[in-house]
Write a protein that binds this ligand. Structure first.
Ligand SMILES: Nc1ncnc2c1ncn2[C@@H]1O[C@H](COP(=O)(O)OP(=O)(O)OP(=O)(O)O)[C@@H](O)[C@H]1O
Ligand SMILES: O=P(O)(O)OC[C@@]1(O)O[C@H](CO)[C@@H](O)[C@@H]1O
Length: 305
């Protein structure tokens, strides 16, 4: 079973405009409210791909209820820990030129919330993969993911992780199955600037040496790289009109895990990951299965090293 962990779920309020005049009244062309948070986005993509998964995390208030009901309506299995606080609403504003996220901090969690949540890890077995994604609420402190990874390793289960910067580097010695920093995150982590995709290669290889089993580096409209074993692969970008890139990275991770859990083939998994990211950015919400298949046929992978 794949378990996704969203410590700080959100209702994503997506609004699209041609342009925005700051300080004026702006009326939307499109609005959409969907359940979000990185792990939840991964669960939505995994379910679309027909891969069994369960979404874990903290949920509360009427916003939490809306997230849960919407996921249930989409046939997604959840085992959230109910909290007294209220799940956040994150506002995503798209114009013809820009995409802006106005993300809320989210609720404070109590010690009891944390105890209840940690119990949900009791069921883990060595067959499972746990995916950690997104920022943890402040009240959990910086080391919470480390504690959870320890629980995963105790059961000999696998984990994937998609968190920011130095926190990600700190987890590599625990051998995550896959990580997916984007190019800018990688620049920040290693305090470098990349001019070409070839510049990225030593840093991807370094993360393998540090312990990651597979590393995907996404480069938005410039394609993506996979580092696996001693090889490096490049997925060429697909061109199209961006409708909503919220969750593109999460969809990439989910696509990888869905295929990897079936075939254990990292290159096939990478191809599916890139197809899912591509299909997501060119769709207003989650793509249809037929569009996903179409994107999969368009992804071309070449071996660089
Ligand atoms: N402009 C684009 N054109 C084509 N594909 C894109 C574009 N932007 C994103 N993608 C697809 O989505 C994947 C992930 O995008 P990106 O590199 O922006 O990751 P990310 O920063 O983690 O995404 P996000 O934070 O928006 O979820 C890319 O590898 C690619 O497949
Ligand atoms: O605050 P975090 O957890 O880092 O990011 C939260 C978030 O921006 O990420 C998802 C897209 O990746 C959205 O559904 C959600 O609003």
């Amino acid at each position: 079973m794949i378990y996704t962990v969203t410590l700080n779920p959100a209702l994503d309020y997506f609004m699209a405009y041609d342009q925005i005049e700051v300080g004026e009244v702006n009326r939307t062309k499109i609005t959409r409210i969907t359940p979000g948070g990185k792990g939840i986005m991964e669960s939505r993509m995994l379910s679309l791909l027909g891969t069994p998964n369960t979404a874990l995390g903290f949920i509360g208030g009427f916003t939490g209820k809306a997230i849960q009901e919407s996921l249930a309506a989409q046939g997604i299995t959840t085992e959230f820990t109910q909290i007294f606080g209220q799940s956040r609403v994150n506002v995503k504003v798209k114009t013809l030129e820009t995409e802006t996220s106005l993300d809320a901090a989210g609720p404070d969690l109590t010690e009891e919330d944390v105890r209840n949540f940690v119990k949900t890890f009791d069921r883990l077995t060595s067959e499972d993969i746990v995916v950690f994604a997104g920022t943890a609420p402040k009240s959990l402190g910086d080391s919470f993911y480390e504690q959870l990874i320890k629980l995963v390793k105790l059961q000999d289960a696998n984990f994937a992780i998609d968190v920011d910067g130095q926190k990600l580097l700190g987890t590599l010695s625990k051998k995550p199955l896959v990580i997916k920093p984007n190019r800018e995150e990688l620049e920040e982590m290693f305090d470098v600037k990349f001019e070409t995709k070839e510049d990225i290669i030593p840093y991807g290889q370094k993360m393998l040496e540090m312990g990651a089993q597979n590393v995907m580096v996404s480069m938005a409209g410039d394609g993506a790289l996979l580092f696996s074993d001693t090889s490096v692969y490049f997925a060429a970008p697909v061109k199209g009109i961006i409708k909503n890139s919220v969750g593109a990275g999460d969809s990439t991770v989910a696509g990888f895990l869905s295929e990897w859990s079936k075939s254990k083939d990292p290159v096939k998994a990478f191809k599916q990951g890139v197809a899912c990211g591509t299909a997501k950015v060119f769709s207003e919400d989650m793509p249809s299965s037929s569009y996903l298949q179409k994107c999969l046929q368009q992804i071309e992978i070449t071996k660089l090293v």
